[in-house]
Design a binder for this molecule. Structure first.
Ligand code: TXA
Ligand code: MG
Length: 339
């Protein structure tokens, strides 16, 4: 198949989507792989392209909070409050679904995830098209999400009808997901909106869902909560800051080709290591993370060693993605060896 056109033509994107096509769309978080959410056949094609299991729900992107009623029922006050505060923006609300929402969108569950993305191009597309767009991140299942049109093209080469070019994504990690299915709100996935801001808006604490690392404890079928997700192909391991360099050098001496992703690689003389400096600010770090992992993945290295990030609220989303990316860290490289 020829490479899909990357362009900024909204009308073309809208026409393709109305005909049941699949278009990669920019959002402020990551690129999405979009189809008309009421067209079950088109949504199934999205799943097929991603290689994603059919029983996993996808987020429906809508033009504004005034469309909540078209997709959800029994909408609690908390949803109105959060929508008013954070939409358009990187927040997904899980609400009871209306019966019209296809099972292919909800994974057969009685709920639907909704968000109004803050990217001007996609907002305009939603307004003009008059549709809701079911869109998971535009990567193959389990891989790192794309944050530029070029990432989408290299990931899904030839399989999408168009890539709508909205430039690089300013947030860089996926939306925060909050379930409002029960009286007590639950954080299903940390993301672009910090937990503290949600709690401040609601005036109450939000419980963090039990991790779905063990399938038995899964509260929902949410692929973003699987233990191994958001992973580069190169093995990735985490290291405490204090042990980072000694560990990297020890492994390099054994002949491994290693990249070190650290917030302040101020040291010199790491001749054999690929140094990959990252910002010390959580927001800037998040913006860069997926692009950096993709870059390093292309170098054919043996290992990406990542300095652990601070155990602080502002780093929740980044820490979550790094932990999942490190789920396949080889056993032999996992723990500190004795000095
Ligand atoms: O920032 C984002 O959220 C990006 C952009 C494209 O909007 N989308 C994204 O989609 O990350 P995806 O499919 O890669 O992850 C969406 C997450 C999944 O973990 C999915 O299970 C969860 O949202 N989700 C969607 N609908 C849900 C529902 N009804 N109940 C529970 N989780 C739901
Ligand atoms: Mg995803």
């Amino acid at each position: 198949m020829p490479a899909p056109p990357i362009d900024t033509d909204l009308e073309r994107a809208a026409a393709i989507l109305k005909q049941g096509g699949v278009v990669a769309i920019p959002t402020e978080t990551v690129y999405g792989l979009a189809a008309d959410a009421l067209n079950a056949e088109a949504v199934r094609r999205v799943f097929a392209i991603k290689g994603r299991p059919a029983d996993h729900p996808v987020i429906v992107h809508i033009a504004g909070a005034d469309q909540l009623e078209h997709w959800a029922r029994d909408i609690p006050e908390a949803a109105r409050v959060l929508a008013a505060h954070f939409w358009p923006g990187p927040l997904t609300l899980v609400l009871p679904r209306r019966p019209e929402v296809p099972d292919s969108v909800t994974g057969g569950q009685d709920s639907v995830g909704l968000r109004v993305p803050a990217h001007p191009l996609t907002l305009e597309l939603l307004r003009r098209g008059g549709f809701g767009l079911a869109a998971p991140s535009a990567n193959r299942f389990g891989r790192v999400s794309p944050t530029t049109p070029a990432h989408v093209a290299e990931e899904l080469d030839g399989e999408v009808d168009m890539i709508l070019d909205g430039g690089p994504c300013p947030v860089g990690v996926e939306s925060t997901i909050v379930s409002l299915l029960a009286p007590e709100p639950v954080l299903l996935r940390p993301g672009g909106v910090p937990l503290a801001e949600l709690e401040a808006a609601l005036g109450r604490p939000i419980r963090i869902a039990r991790k779905a690392a063990e399938p038995d404890t899964a509260e929902v079928r949410a692929p973003g909560t699987l233990a191994a997700h958001y992973a580069p192909r190169t093995p990735l391991c985490l290291a405490e800051a204090a042990a980072l360099w000694s560990r990297a050098e020890r492994l390099a001496r054994k002949g491994l080709h290693i990249a070190v992703l650290a917030r302040a690689p101020e040291r010199e003389g790491h001749g054999d290591l690929v140094l990959s400096p990252m910002p010390s600010d959580a927001t800037a770090y998040a913006r860069l993370l997926y692009a950096r992992l993709r870059e390093l993945d292309g170098l054919g290295l043996d290992l990406i060693l990542v300095e652990k990030v601070p155990d602080a609220a502002a780093w929740l989303a980044v820490a979550d993605r790094l932990k999942r990316a490190a789920a396949h860290c080889p056993e032999a490289l996992r723990d500190e060896e004795a000095p």
